[in-house]
Design a binder for this molecule. Structure first.
Ligand SMILES: [Zn+2]
Length: 113
């Protein structure tokens, strides 16, 4: 029968893997527990380096913005590695953009504080 890993187990494995890098108290993983196709939200708090904020980029500090982009990429990679390792998956949906693009049901947010 279906001996697939449950969504709760998958989310716990993701939380554990991210906690090893970012510390447990900085990581939240929320997902619908019904099916692995459901939407998942991952939020990680990251300390910003000490620097003078420069407001050059449309009112955002370009250093913090760059850090956020890098961390979100890194978090996504850790999530992909983890689900592969445990034999699970992230749900996807197809866009109706006319190109048949596929996206993951996953929102990753690095909060730089
Ligand atoms: Zn900054």
């Amino acid at each position: 029968m279906d001996n697939q890993i449950t969504v709760a187990q998958r989310n716990r494995a993701i939380k554990k893997a991210l906690s090893e890098v970012y510390n447990r108290e900085n990581v939240t993983v929320k997902g619908h527990t019904g099916t692995a196709y459901g939407w998942m939200t991952i939020k990680v708090t990251v300390s910003k380096p000490i620097h003078e904020h420069n407001q050059e980029r449309y009112g955002h500090c370009s250093i913090c913005h760059e850090l956020q982009t890098l961390e979100e990429k890194k978090i996504t990679e850790i999530v992909h590695e983890t689900v592969k390792k445990i034999g699970s998956y992230i749900g996807t949906y197809s866009s109706d953009d006319g190109y048949g693009s596929t996206y993951e049901n996953m929102h990753v947010e690095a909060r730089i504080v």
